[in-house]
Design a protein around this ligand. Structure first.
Ligand code: PLP
Length: 400
C-alpha cells in the first residue's frame, strides 16, 4: 500500500521545481510561479486517470470527507449511513458536519452491505458513505440502486482503494462524490493530502469554495478582491504536496499496482492450499488495488490460533477485531460518548439532552466476519518478506 516505498528522484525533482520558484500556495503569485501550478496539474491528472470530470485536492482524506459532506449540504440533525468497519475518520467527519452517523453491517466484501443499508434508511438520511476497504471494492452498483430508490446521494470513501476499479471504472466515480487519502501510509502519498472526485459541476464549485474560506476563485480579479457565496474553512493542499502527487501518480499503474498484485498473488497461492481458508469477496478481482489480502477461517478461535503462529513467526498480520481504529466494538470513545467539548456535543445537545447514543450499537454480522478475518498488508517491495510469510502460513495451517 505505501507509496513512500518508491519515493526517489522523480519526487525530488518535482519538489525542487516548487522550491526553486518559492511559491508554496496553490493560488496566486502568477508571475513568480512561471506558469507552474502543481496542485492544479495533479487535480487534472488524477481526474484523467480516474475518468472523472472534476478532481479537487484538499489537505487530507478526512478533509475530503468533510468538504464533500458540506458540498452535499449535510446539516446538523441529518443522518449519514456508513459502516461499522472503517477508519474512524469516516464517522468523525460526519460528526464534524453536525450530522449523526448511522452504522450498517458489512457483507463478505467487508464493505457496506446493500441489504442491510435498506434497513437503516429513515426520512432523516441525507447521504450514504460506503467505504471501499483495504484495496477492495464495495458492491457499489447495488448500493447505488438502493440509494437511488430513496433519492439519497452517495459519497464513496475511497481512501484505502486508490487505483481500484470495477469493470474498468475507477472507484470514487460511481457515486455523486468520491474521496481519497494520500496520507503517509497510502497507495499514493503526498505526506498528508486528499482528493474529491465528482462529475457534478455544482458540487465541484461548492467543494472548491468551501475548502478555501469561501473564495469564489473569480479569475478576473486578484485573490484579495474575490467575493464569497458562503462561509468556509481552510483545507487547502499546498504546492509541495501537489508536486509529490504528480510524481507518485506516474508510478501508480506500472509500479505500485502491478507489484502489489504480483505479491498478493504469491501469498494467495500459499493460502489457497489450505482447505479451511476462504477469501474476502472482491467483486472484480482484476480491479483489486491489492493493498491487502484478507482471508477468513471457519471460527474466531481458529483465526486467533492461526494469527498467533503468524505473529510468532514475524509474518506481520493485522487482526482488525482487536484494532482500536477500524472496528466498531473497539471505538470506546464513540460507544461511551466521549467529547472534548464543554456541553458534550456531538453526543449531547446545547440543552444537555442526548442527541445520539451508541452504547447499544450491535452489528452481529460485522462482528462474525471481522472476528474470523486475518489480514496481511501487501507492500511494493516484499521479496524478503514473502518467504517468511509463506513459511508462517504453512506452519499456521497445522494448528487449525
Ligand atoms: C477509510 C478511510 N477514510 C478516511 C481516512 C482519512 O484519511 P487521512 O488520514 O488522509 O485524513 C482514512 C485514513 O486512513 C481511511 O482509511
Amino acid at each position: 500500500m505505501p507509496g513512500y516505498e518508491i519515493i526517489d528522484d522523480e519526487e525530488k525533482k518535482e519538489i525542487l521545481d516548487v522550491l526553486s520558484r518559492k511559491v508554496l500556495l496553490r493560488y496566486e503569485f502568477d508571475k513568480e510561479r512561471e506558469g507552474v501550478y502543481k496542485v492544479a496539474e495533479f487535480e487534472r491528472e488524477f481526474a484523467k486517470y480516474c475518468g472523472a470530470k472534476h478532481a479537487h485536492a484538499v489537505s487530507s482524506g478526512t478533509a475530503a470527507l468533510r468538504v464533500g459532506l458540506a458540498a452535499l449540504g449535510i446539516s446538523p440533525g441529518d443522518e449519514v449511513i456508513t459502516q461499522g468497519f472503517t477508519f474512524v475518520a469516516t464517522w468523525e467527519s460526519i460528526f464534524d458536519a453536525g450530522a449523526i452517523p448511522v452504522f450498517a453491517e458489512i457483507d463478505d466484501t467487508l464493505c457496506l452491505d446493500p441489504n442491510d443499508l435498506v434497513n437503516r434508511i429513515t426520512p432523516r438520511t441525507k447521504a450514504i458513505v460506503p467505504v471501499h476497504m483495504c484495496g477492495g471494492q464495495a458492491q457499489i452498483q447495488e448500493i447505488l440502486e438502493v440509494a437511488g430508490q430513496h433519492n439519497i446521494p452517495v459519497l464513496e470513501d475511497t481512501a484505502q482503494s486508490c487505483g481500484a476499479s470495477i469493470e474498468g471504472k475507477s472507484l470514487g466515480t460511481f457515486g455523486q462524490l468520491g474521496t481519497f487519502s494520500f496520507d503517509a501510509v497510502k497507495t499514493l502519498t503526498t505526506g498528508e493530502g486528499g482528493m474529491i472526485l465528482t462529475d457534478d459541476q455544482d458540487l465541484y464549485v461548492k467543494a472548491s469554495e468551501f475548502h478555501d474560506h469561501g473564495h469564489d476563485h473569480n479569475p478576473n480579479v486578484g485573490r484579495g478582491l474575490e467575493k464569497r457565496n458562503f462561509v468556509g474553512v481552510n483545507y487547502r493542499m499546498m504546492e509541495l504536496q501537489g508536486a509529490m502527487g504528480l510524481a507518485q501518480l506516474r508510478k501508480l499503474d506500472k509500479v505500485i499496482l502491478s507489484r502489489q498484485r504480483e505479491n498478493k498473488a504469491r501469498i494467495k497461492e500459499a493460502l489457497s492450499r489450505i482447505d479451511q481458508v476462504t477469501f474476502r469477496n472482491i467483486p472484480d478481482p482484476e480491479g483489486d488495488a491489492a493493498t491487502f489480502i484478507i482471508f477468513l477461517l471457519p471460527t474466531s478461535e481458529k483465526a486467533n490460533a492461526f494469527n498467533q503462529v503468524m505473529t510468532d513467526e514475524g509474518a506481520g498480520t493485522v487482526y482488525w477485531y482487536d484494532n482500536p481504529w477500524h472496528y466498531y466494538e473497539q471505538w470506546e470513545h464513540l460507544l461511551e460518548g466521549k467529547s472534548l467539548l464543554r456541553n458534550g456535543y456531538p453526543f449531547k445537545a446545547e440543552s444537555g439532552e442526548t442527541r445520539c447514543d451508541f452504547k447499544d450499537l450491535n452489528l452481529p454480522k460485522t462482528a462474525a466476519l471481522i472476528s474470523r478475518a486475518i489480514t496481511i498488508q501487501i507492500n511494493i517491495h516484499m521479496d524478503e518478506q514473502i518467504p517468511v510469510i509463506i513459511k508462517a502460513i504453512e506452519k499456521a495451517a497445522k494448528v487449525i
